[in-house]
Design a binder for this molecule. Sequence first.
Ligand code: ZN
Length: 351
Amino acid sequence: MALTLFSLLLISCGERKREVVEQPSAKLKALIIDGQNNHYIWPKTSMMMKDYLEQTDLFTVDVERMDSVWLGIKYNQTRPEAYKMFIEKYPLKDKEYKISDSPIKTSDFSFDFTKYDVIISNLGAESPLWPEKTREAFENYMNNGGGFVVIHAANNAWGEWDEFNKMIGLGAWGGRDEKTGPYVYYNDAGELVKDASEGACGSHGPEYQFQLTTRAPEHPIMKGLPQKWLHTQDELYERMRGPFENVTILATAFADVEKNAPPWDSSVKGLGQNVAQLMAINYGKGRVFHSTLGHFDYSMECIGFITTLQRGAEWAATGSVTQEIPADFPTENATKSKSWNNLLNSIRSAY
Ligand code: ZN
């Protein structure tokens, strides 16, 4: 357990006396891994998630950038920021890294995961597969009781890594197909269906606001959340496939046949079923919280995203959740967001 120094102010006999006391830190140690993501906003979303976790007062959060850094794709060319703005505005201090504007196919990434209570992946599509030793180290970390949080495009990575597919339950794209596992959804009768039919893995329509439906109200991550809540503009991931072992679907969204059809591919429609958006997975002695939400910064400003990230990370680290549900949580018909201000973040961490 890490040790921290803190000052204890004692007042005795009217005299102020400062003593330094050493005691174990009560905080959980979290690590965000980034560096390769098809969403070019990732340097900012890593800092947003770091801040959201630190706001709970439960975590200290480090960020580790992979050895090869790809900025990703600027899908929406009308966004005002220059392509390199996010990597320049949200650098990692004391870390040198080469930046590429095209995916890098190889990685020598290695890391001692065991120092952390929970690892958060902010990686994305086309992240290079970790070397075998690193994959084994991560599998051992999870089998021995590690915590893992998978956000949005992090579930696109590594379709060829079987143990990773087990950890995340269901994944999208990344070379996955019917051999990876079935589609999984709740039908209109509320029955859980595992559909082994052939077809693409991973799809979404244009971004919009959509409603989340709680499916596991007694799970520690979900306890006290509304049965339905409206999420801020985001991509609604569907047609995910995977081994789906030891998975609890925490919340679903309805993938409408027309509304969630990708306008760029007329051969694909929305699935017309209630598909998983939040999941909890047991892997060995480890725990995984998987959120498909979080396409862009505004998606992560949703109080529903923030709250489930904070609660999911605590559950992945400890197996329980101690946090209150915020009073301004979204409702069935109203989204609730708060803008993330990096200036406030800097002030907070300075004091
Ligand atoms: Zn996305």
